[in-house]
Design a protein around this ligand. Structure first.
Ligand code: PEP
Ligand code: MG
Length: 543
């Protein structure tokens, strides 16, 4: 048995096979060959395997997400069999006497470029598909699994680090737990683990070696350790622990359908944070009263090109309709810092957390911002959507946003396009916004405090820097004083105030927040029922 440690970002126990995630970077070398026929055979065999993989994915998707969504795998199969693609690969192998990998990579690049240059938007979109099938073929040839999990059963995923853009693409139903060597407790991988309600460790000392693949592992998220090939005693002890966790979960289920109200009658908006439309099932299952933070930037991170207005509209509308009249607060894109999107074409920055991110991108690139706002306004005609702006530092930004909102509405009016009347709010996540919160409260419908960034900017601690985790203290008196100050400013101006940073789900502080007068807590879906329990046991007057 081997035992390694890590910092826990979500409790609980996971038992399953280990899977080492390695980045999908196929560095293709051009290698001369004498035997072009053998290289072509390797290519044909790879196509066959890829076709089988796609068929499996198609069948699975058909069951889980329906025909329309499964169709993409059929398209990929058609592309794999496309004569032009095939002829190009064969021609490169024959004429240059090179390896199959090089011919495939070259063909993929050429075709992707060709599609990208087309006028038709649908055809331009096919560039990503060509890249996808090319990567799949290269993965088959190198014997690796492709961007994720090559296993029929759910696994404990072990990785050096995981970027948000990588985690969004993973098949979450196959992940029992995350264990990473890098990453901080406030990284988005950690947030994802909390959203999924699965045990996770970061900053682990586990050895990243392919030999762990397929071996049995146990992640003890409560005590911050991982076992490989556990002995009988450990396995039994952990299974017992898992059963206990399960019982606790079942007990919480009795709170479903109950109101979020304190003993002395204050109603709290207990909402959920999501990053993705796929998180909705968890939100509904855990009985959240609304969505307090939809991190819309994940829509951008999942793609290779800007999501169109129509694509965004469809997503926002689905979320609003699925929540059936409950409030859905959608935050405009918070790209930048650790959430980098290549196609935004942003310059590399020395200090990205303090750089061009979030609302700063939107105000300097209004065409991107307006596309999102149009989609949001249009979707707000189909449900209870509110719009929230991140990284605000002062009144000037809010005034400029208001001007852009007016422009967007005027454009929609002139085109005769229907839209609703969404509430608009801002995130309070910079110390400057805290200080001027009274002025800001005059301009918006609500505040939501982003304690992750507020802690980073107040304590001058990079939330991504794992070495600083011991200094990253969201319980610091300065942070709590700021939260109180923001609550008072909001109430003085008659608006509501919530917390959507990770601190909102910290059960040690729930009572403190209620005492401060916080009206809304937006937490990961897995935490809803635990927070509900504390709310219902609290008497604010007695605090
Ligand atoms: C925050 O900063 O607290 C927040 C909720 O936003 P994010 O974690 O996405 O930066
Ligand atoms: Mg933030």
């Amino acid at each position: 048995m081997e035992r390694y440690t890590g910092k826990s970002v979500f409790g609980g126990v996971a038992i399953g096979k280990l899977f080492l995630y390695e980045k999908d970077e196929h560095q293709v070398k051009r290698v001369k060959t004498e035997d072009n026929d053998a290289e072509k055979q390797r290519y044909y065999k790879a196509v066959e395997t890829a076709m089988e993989e796609l068929q499996k994915l198609h069948d699975k998707a058909l069951k889980e997400v329906g025909e329309a969504n499964a169709a993409i795998f059929e398209i990929h199969q058609m592309m794999l069999e496309d004569d032009d693609y095939k002829e190009s690969v064969e021609h490169i192998i024959d004429s240059q006497m090179v390896n199959a990998e090089y011919a495939i990579a070259q063909t993929g690049d050429n075709f992707a470029q060709m599609f990208s240059a087309m006028d038709d938007e649908y055809m331009r979109g096919r560039a990503a598909d060509v890249k996808d099938i090319t990567e799949r073929l290269l993965s088959v040839l190198s014997g690796d699994s492709q961007s994720g999990i090559n296993s029929d059963e759910p696994v404990i995923m072990v990785a050096d680090d995981l970027a948000p853009s990588e985690t969004v693409q993973m098949d979450k139903s196959k992940i029992l737990s995350f264990v990473t060597v890098k990453g901080s407790v406030n990284s988005h991988t950690a947030i994802l683990a909390r959203t999924m309600g699965i045990p996770a460790l970061i900053g682990s000392d586990i050895k990243l070696d392919k030999s762990i693949n397929g071996r049995q592992g146990i992640v003890d998220g409560t005590n911050g350790c991982i076992y490989i090939d556990p002995d009988e005693e450990t396995l039994e002890r952990m299974k017992k622990e898992m059963r206990k966790e399960q019982e606790k979960k079942e007990l919480l289920q009795t709170l479903k359908g109950k109101e979020d109200v304190t003993l002395d009658g204050k109603k709290i908006k207990l909402y959920a944070n999501i990053g993705n439309i796929r998180d909705l099932a968890n939100v509904i299952n855990n009985d959240a009263a609304g969505i307090g933070l939809f991190r819309s930037e994940f829509i951008y991170l999942e793609r290779d090109t800007f999501p169109t207005e129509e694509e965004q509209f469809a997503i926002y509308r689905t979320v609003a309709e699925s929540m059936a009249g409950k409030q859905v607060i959608i935050r405009t894109l918070d790209i930048g810092a650790d959430k980098q999107c290549d196609y935004f074409g942003l310059d590399k920055e020395d200090n990205p957390a303090m750089g061009l991110r979030a609302i700063r991108i939107c105000l300097t690139r209004p065409e991107i911002f307006k596309t999102q706002l149009r989609a949001l306004y249009r979707a707000s005609a189909f449900g209870n959507i509110s719009i929230m702006y991140p990284m605000i530092t002062g009144v000037k930004e809010v005034d400029r946003i208001k001007e852009i909102e007016i422009e967007v509405k005027a454009e929609l009016d002139s085109q005769g396009i229907e839209y609703g009347n969404p509430q608009t709010g801002i995130m309070i996540e910079t110390p400057a916004a805290v200080i001027v919160s009274r002025e800001l409260a005059k301009k918006v419908d609500f505040f939501s405090i982003g304690t992750n960034d507020l802690t980073q900017y107040t304590l001058a601690i990079d939330r991504q820097n794992t070495k600083l985790d011991d200094f990253y203290d969201p319980h610091h008196p300065a942070i709590l004083a700021m939260i109180k100050m923001v609550a008072d400013s909001a109430h003085a101006e008659g608006i509501w105030v919530g917390i959507c940073g990770e601190l909102g789900g910290d059960l040690n502080l729930t009572k403190e927040f209620l005492k401060m007068g916080i009206d809304e807590l937006s937490v990961s879906a897995g935490k809803i029922l635990s927070v509900r329990k504390v709310i219902r046991e609290t008497n604010i007057c007695e605090l």
